[in-house]
Each structure stands twice: as structure tokens, then as C-alpha cells.
Ligand binder design. Structure first.
Ligand SMILES: [Zn+2]
Length: 283
């Protein structure tokens, strides 16, 4: 099918596919004995639903790590989508213009050694479909795929409704944008650093249950992919602790894609963009 070129795919573990949407973001497809789970829908540059059906013949449940444009942009292809209710509004207000704007930023900055992706901004449409039914996802929710359980942990920080998922079958953490090497917590609706720290500590306490961490932005090249390096999650946590106790200084860094300069904190492998007035939980 034509859209297959838009999705660069690696089967990282058995029945565990990483689907890279032309280097804009990643989706993940996990198949159990009875059902499959699709984590995120990308920016929506093509027929993701049709592509997923070439990988699995099981019924597919869709879950979003959060409501940002590069994770929720393809939701209109599906009838029902699980997402935390704190990100309902973000999903409902996504526009075709926002999706094209996101993709345009990346079309100009793709790695040079990688074949040019076969999509154009005009491919990003609304699919003439209504929004799907949004199903409220809660902390502790378990998707039972048949012989494979995937558990949700609510990790407010990057967005209020951000979640991560632990796949108990393949022992993988799918961390969305909750603990990225370039962690963005400078959006107007981000919870404070203290909230994010508490959430990531809950994930860290579960570290013995996974041995790979995939965020929503890793490459797939020649059918191969790689999880985040060890230490990214713990560096995010140490960085947040350092911001809170003052041991990690706040610095000014250039804005992304030519935007205004931003405030950042750096620790180990990570850089966190944040609002200096939104560090502590307010009473
Ligand atoms: Zn995001």
C-alpha cells in the first residue's frame, strides 16, 4: 500500500512493533493472543489505521500517551480512543493547521543520511471524520490483550493528562513524552515540576518491571530501532530534584524552531525546559 512508505517499522520484540511516522514521532503496536494495542496515533500524515491492519489481524484498541499534536493527530481515523480526561480538551481542539505546522518544522530538519519521507503537508487532512469517542483513562488501568497485560501510570508533567505504560509482556516502558532527554515542561498548562517529580518517582519505583524505555521520538532505520539509553529516566528525576533544591541552575537556551529563548535545567543526559514560576505545588 502506498502509505507504507510513510511508516518506518521495526519489530523490536515479538509482536511488538515500533512505527516511526517519517521521523515526526513514533507509535507502538503490541499484540496479544486476543487483541492488539496501538499506543498513539502520530501527527496523522497517512492511513495509519489501514497500515496497522497490515501488521495485525486482531481487534485494535487505541490509547494516547497525551493529547499533543504529534501523538493525537491521527485520532479521527478511529472510533474510540482512550486518553486521560485531563487531556480531552487538547485532543478536541487539535486542528489540521496545528498538525501541518508541526510537520513543517520537521520537514526542514530531518537527518540528511535518511531517505526523504514520502509525505507532503497536503497529506495531513481531517479525514472528513468526526472526533472519536474519548474514553477516560485512569491511573492503574490495565489493557488485557490476552496473555499480555499493559498497565497505565498517570504521569502529569509534560501535559496534565500524560500517561506512561508498562508492557508486562515484553517488559517495556512506553514513556510518551513524560521523561524525554529534551523534556518540555514549558507549556502554559504544564503542572509544576514537583508534580512531575512525584509521578516519575512512581515510575522509577517500578523499574524492575521493564528493561527498555521507548519514548515517542526514537528513530527506525533499516528496520532497526533502539530504546532510550539507560539513565534518562533517573536523570530527569535528579534534574527535577536539583531544580527544586537549587543545586541544578536554571539557564537560558535558544527556543526550538526559532521561537523565543526558554529557561532550561540540564543534568546528565537530559535538558528540561520549564517555567521558573512553576516549580513547586502551590497550596
Ligand atoms: Zn508532547
Amino acid at each position: 500500500m502506498a502509505d507504507a512508505k510513510k511508516y518506518l517499522t521495526a519489530e523490536y520484540r515479538e509482536k511488538t512493533w515500533v512505527i516511526c511516522e517519517s521521523f515526526l514521532d513514533d507509535m507502538f503496536l503490541l499484540e496479544g493472543e486476543d487483541a492488539a494495542l496501538l499506543i498513539d496515533t502520530g501527527t496523522g500524515i497517512g492511513d495509519l489505521k489501514g497500515y496497522v491492519e497490515t501488521l495485525t489481524d486482531k481487534p485494535v484498541t487505541v490509547v494516547l500517551t497525551h493529547g499533543h499534536v504529534d501523538h493525537a493527530g491521527g485520532v479521527r481515523q478511529f472510533d474510540k480512543v482512550w486518553v486521560h480526561s485531563d487531556d480531552f480538551e487538547a485532543v478536541r481542539t487539535l486542528t489540521v493547521e496545528a498538525r501541518r505546522g508541526y510537520a513543517a518544522n520537521f520537514l526542514g530538519s530531518l537527518p540528511r543520511n535518511i531517505e526523504k519521507p514520502s509525505f507532503a503537508l497536503e497529506d495531513i487532512t481531517d479525514y472528513s471524520r468526526d472526533l472519536p469517542e474519548l474514553l477516560p483513562l485512569e491511573d492503574g488501568h490495565v489493557f488485557d490483550l490476552g496473555g499480555r497485560k499493559v498497565e497505565v501510570i498517570h504521569t502529569p508533567g509534560h501535559t496534565p493528562g500524560e500517561v506512561v505504560l508498562i508492557d508486562h509482556g515484553a517488559r517495556i516502558l512506553f514513556s510518551g513524552d513524560a521523561a524525554n532527554p529534551n523534556l518540555l515542561m514549558n507549556f502554559p498548562n504544564c503542572p509544576p515540576i514537583e508534580t512531575a517529580l512525584r509521578a516519575l518517582l512512581r515510575v522509577q519505583a517500578r523499574e524492575s518491571e521493564f528493561d527498555a524505555n521507548f519514548n515517542g521520538h526514537i528513530p527506525v532505520i533499516d528496520g532497526k530501532t533502539w530504546p532510550l539509553p539507560d539513565g534518562v529516566l533517573s536523570d530527569c528525576i535528579e534534574c527535577m530534584k536539583g531544580v527544586m533544591d537549587g543545586s541544578v541552575p536554571l539557564e537560558t537556551a535558544p527556543g526550538m524552531f526559532g521561537r523565543a529563548p526558554r529557561t532550561v535545567a540540564k543534568y546528565g543526559k537530559v535538558m528540561i525546559s520549564c517555567d521558573p514560576n512553576n516549580i513547586y505545588i502551590k497550596d
